[in-house]
Design a protein around this ligand. Structure first.
Ligand code: ZN
Length: 167
C-alpha cells in the first residue's frame, strides 16, 4: 500500500498561499477563483491569468479529480522506506488546474492514469497537505453536463509493431 513519502518537506506559508495550505482544516480544498470570469487559478496569483481581473478569492471545490499522470518513486531517500506514488491530479472543476501531490491508500499496481480520485488531508504542524486517494467513478450524466474536452480515450500506445509504422 502506497501512502506517500516517510518525511515531507512542508511549504513556507505567506499571505498569498496560506489559505491553500490551511484549507483542509475544515476538510475542504480551496482555490482562488476569479470574480469576473469564474475560472480558478493556481498557484495563487494577484490577478486572474485568463482575464487579468483583480480580486480573486478562495472558494471551495468538490475535492474530486482525475489522476492525470503519475510516477512511482522507488529510490529509498530514507533507508528502508516504501515506494510511493507522485501524482499529478487534475481537479474536477477545471482541467488545467493540476496539483502535484501523492496518491495514498492505493496499491501501487492499481494506480492508473485517468482513475477518479478524491482529496484527503494530512495535517502536519500548521498545514493540511492535500493528498488524493482512489474514489468511486462519478455518476454518469449528472444533470446533463457536457463531457469535459480532452477527457476521452487516451491515445494509442506509441510504437505498436503492427500499425503506425513510418514510411
Ligand atoms: Zn478571470
Amino acid at each position: 500500500m502506497a501512502d506517500g513519502p516517510p518525511i515531507r518537506l512542508l511549504p513556507r506559508l505567506d499571505a498569498e498561499n496560506r489559505f491553500f495550505w490551511e484549507s483542509g482544516a475544515d476538510g475542504q480544498l480551496r482555490f482562488l477563483r476569479c470574480p469576473s470570469c469564474g475560472r480558478y487559478a493556481h498557484p495563487p496569483v494577484p490577478r486572474c491569468p485568463y482575464c487579468l481581473a483583480p480580486g480573486l478569492a478562495p472558494e471551495p471545490v468538490s475535492g474530486r479529480g482525475t489522476l492525470h499522470s503519475l510516477t512511482v518513486n522507488h529510490q529509498q531517500w530514507i533507508p528502508g522506506s516504501e515506494p510511493y506514488v507522485v501524482a499529478l491530479v487534475e481537479i474536477a472543476e477545471q482541467a488545467d488546474i493540476r496539483l502535484t501531490t501523492n496518491l495514498v491508500g492505493c496499491e501501487l499496481s492499481e494506480a492508473r492514469v485517468g482513475m477518479p480520485v478524491k482529496v484527503v488531508f494530512e495535517h502536519v504542524e500548521d498545514v493540511w497537505l492535500p493528498l488524493f486517494e482512489p474514489a468511486p467513478a462519478p455518476e454518469p450524466a449528472s444533470e446533463g453536463l457536457p463531457a469535459a474536452p480532452g477527457s476521452a480515450e487516451s491515445a494509442e500506445p506509441a510504437g505498436s509493431p503492427e500499425e503506425g509504422r513510418e514510411r
